[in-house]
Design a protein around this ligand. Structure first.
Ligand code: OSB
Ligand code: MG
Length: 369
C-alpha cells in the first residue's frame, strides 16, 4: 500500500554551465521545483519541469505549485492508495496542467518502487541497464561555433546531435554540420517557430538526411503537421503537441509525424508516458526521451523511463556534468560513449544532496495532513 504521510516542496535555482538558446528564448539557469512524498519510512521524489514563464507550453511554475499545494496534496496527504495509478485518480479529473500533476504522480512512482525495493525502470516494464543518448545543442553564434560544438559532443560519443533552429537560422547550421560530419545521426528542433507558409524552406532540409525534424509548427497543432509531413521526406517528430496517449493516437492516425519525443511531465506522468510509448509502438513509430534541462532527479526519472523497449532512438538525457557545476543529487549521471547507465537500487536509484539543496534553496515547505 502507498501511504502518504507528509510532503516537502523545495525550489532551487541552478545556473546552467552553458547559454541555451532556442527559437523561444535564452536560458542561463533553471528554477527547479522538487517534491518529496514520505510514507512508511521511505521517500519518493520528483522534479517539476514547468518554467517560470510559459514559453515551451502553457504551464507556469507559480500556477503548478499552487495546484500542487492547494488541490493535489490535500487529496493525498494522510491517505493510502493501492498503487500510483490509484493515487493519480485521486488527484481529480482536471483539465490540462499535466506538468503539475506529473510532479505528484512521479514522486508516487518513486515512493512505490522504493517500497517494493525495485528499480523504477523494472517496475515500469523496462529491461535495459544502459540507454542510448544524444545531445540537444542550443543556437550558436555562427556556423563555425556550431561545428565546434557538434565536434566536441561527437568526440564524447553522443549517439545523436540535435541542433536548435529558428527561421533564418536553419539550413546554414545544418549544411555546415553535415559537411563536417557526413555520417552522424543529425536532427533539428524548431520549438514551434514555423508555419505552413515555410514549407518550401523546410523542404530544403530534406537533402541533409536527418533522422527527423522536431516540432516545426505550433505547440498545439496536429493538423498542419500532417499537411507539412505530406510535403516532406524527413519524418517529423512531435514534442510540444503530444500531451496524452490520445494525442499520440490522433497524430499517428493522421500522419502528423513518424516519431514522438516523449517527456513524462508533458503527458502528465509515468503511467500516461507508458501509454504513449505503447500507442507509438502499436503504430510502428519510435519514441525517444526528451529533456527539459533537468536536475538529477528529473534526469534519473527520464533514464528509467527510457528502459522501455520502444525507446529505439537516442534521447536528450546527456551527462549531468554538461549542465551543472553541482547537481541536486549525490550520484553522478554520466554517459560513456553515448550510453547512460541506469542507476541501480530501488526507485530512481539516486539520492537528494540535501546539504547542497539547503544551501541554495529559495523555498522549502513541509505539508502534513
Ligand atoms: O524542445 O526538447 C525541447 C529544453 C527545454 C525546453 C524544450 C526543449 C529542451 C531541450 C533540451 O531540447 C534537452 C535537454 O538537454 O534537457
Ligand atoms: Mg523539442
Amino acid at each position: 500500500m502507498l501511504r502518504i504521510e507528509a510532503a516537502e516542496i523545495m525550489i532551487v535555482r541552478l545556473p546552467l554551465k552553458f547559454r541555451f538558446e532556442t527559437s523561444f528564448g535564452v536560458q542561463t539557469a533553471r528554477t527547479v521545483p522538487l517534491l518529496v512524498l514520505h510514507g512508511d519510512g521511505v521517500q519518493g521524489v520528483s522534479e517539476g519541469t514547468m518554467e517560470v514563464a510559459p514559453m515551451y507550453r502553457e504551464e507556469t511554475l507559480a500556477g503548478a505549485l499552487d495546484l500542487v499545494r492547494n488541490i493535489f496534496l490535500p487529496r493525498i496527504l494522510g491517505k493510502t492508495f493501492a498503487n500510483p495509478e490509484e493515487l493519480n485518480d485521486a488527484l481529480g479529473a482536471f483539465r490540462g496542467n499535466k506538468m503539475a500533476r506529473a510532479m505528484v504522480e512521479m514522486a508516487a512512482w518513486d515512493l512505490w518502487a522504493r517500497m517494493l525495493n525495485v528499480p523504477l525502470g523494472t517496475l515500469l516494464g523496462g529491461r535495459k541497464t544502459e540507454v542510448e543518448v544524444g545531445v540537444s545543442l542550443g543556437i550558436q553564434a555562427d556556423e563555425a561555433a556550431t561545428v565546434d560544438a557538434v565536434r566536441r559532443h561527437v568526440e564524447q560519443g553522443y549517439r545523436r546531435i540535435k541542433l536548435k533552429i529558428k527561421p533564418g537560422w536553419d539550413e546554414a547550421p545544418v549544411r555546415a554540420t553535415r559537411e563536417a560530419f557526413p555520417d552522424i545521426r543529425l536532427t533539428v528542433d524548431a520549438n514551434s517557430a514555423y508555419t505552413l507558409a515555410d514549407s518550401v524552406r523546410l523542404r530544403a532540409l530534406d537533402q541533409y538526411k536527418m533522422t527527423y525534424i522536431e516540432q516545426p509548427l505550433a505547440w498545439d497543432d496536429l493538423i498542419d503537421h500532417a499537411t507539412l509531413q505530406s510535403r516532406l521526406q524527413t519524418p517529423l517528430c512531435l514534442d510540444e503537441s503530444i500531451a496524452s496517449a490520445a494525442d499520440a493516437r490522433k497524430a499517428l492516425t493522421i500522419g502528423a509525424g513518424g516519431v514522438i519525443n516523449l517527456k513524462v511531465a508533458r503527458v502528465g506522468g509515468l503511467a500516461e508516458a507508458r501509454r504513449v510509448h505503447d500507442v507509438a509502438q502499436a503504430f510502428g513509430a519510435p519514441v525517444w526521451c526528451g529533456g527539459m534541462l533537468e536536475g538529477g532527479v528529473g534526469r534519473a526519472h527520464n533514464i528509467h523511463l527510457s528502459t522501455l523497449p520502444n525507446f529505439t532512438l537516442p534521447g536528450d538525457t546527456s551527462s549531468a556534468s554538461r549542465y551543472w557545476e553541482t547537481d541536486i543529487i549525490n550520484e553522478p549521471l554520466e554517459a560513456v560513449d553515448g550510453l547512460m547507465p541506469v542507476p541501480q537500487g530501488p526507485g530512481i536509484g539516486v539520492t537528494l544532496n540535501r546539504d547542497f539543496i539547503e544551501s541554495v534553496a529559495e523555498l522549502t515547505e513541509e505539508h502534513r495532513p
